[in-house]
Design a protein around this ligand. Structure first.
Ligand code: CMP
Length: 139
């Protein structure tokens, strides 16, 4: 089925001027960028977006990192977009990411791992709503 998923190009990637190379990986995989904006995350946004991780030992570090440089938030659309995006991203830990994936090629560490992608249809819907109004998504 045609799905939508939510993506973030993270600070380590925008800082190294990798936005276009990452977008090319999405598009080459057949994902369409139907919404996109470059923002600087506020503390409220970073803490709210990652609220599910608030009890984790790395939470403070994660929030600071996501606020440290601009990010690019996007909605990706396509056949099985959620799984396809996860495949293109590779494993969370770049040391475990498969050849050719974004994290294998670009990520620096488990925290500075270049991209975020939704993990399921419910989280995709929530995450898209967190950053985008309906009229900002143009399919
Ligand atoms: P993301 O998909 O954005 O969702 C939660 C993030 O927490 C994850 O990617 C990682 O970047 C980050 N993360 C997970 N484990 C660790 C860790 N051990 N140390 C720092 N950051 C982590």
């Amino acid at each position: 089925a045609i799905e939508r998923t939510f993506s973030i190009i993270k600070p380590d990637a925008t800082k190294r001027n990798l936005t276009g190379k990452i977008v090319a990986k999405f598009e080459d995989a057949g994902l369409r960028i139907v919404a996109s904006k470059r923002i600087r995350m506020s503390k409220e946004q970073a803490e709210g977006f990652y609220a599910v991780h608030s009890e984790r030992p790395f939470f403070g570090e994660l929030v600071e990192f996501m606020m440290s440089e601009p990010v690019v938030v996007q909605v990706l659309e396509g056949e099985n977009a959620i799984a396809k995006n996860r495949e293109v991203m590779g494993a969370t830990n770049p040391a475990e990411a498969a050849e050719g994936t974004i994290r294998k090629e670009f990520a620096l560490s488990i925290g500075e791992n270049s991209v975020h992608g939704s993990d399921a249809p419910e989280t995709a819907a929530e995450e898209i709503k967190f950053f985008f109004a309906d009229e900002e998504i143009v399919g």
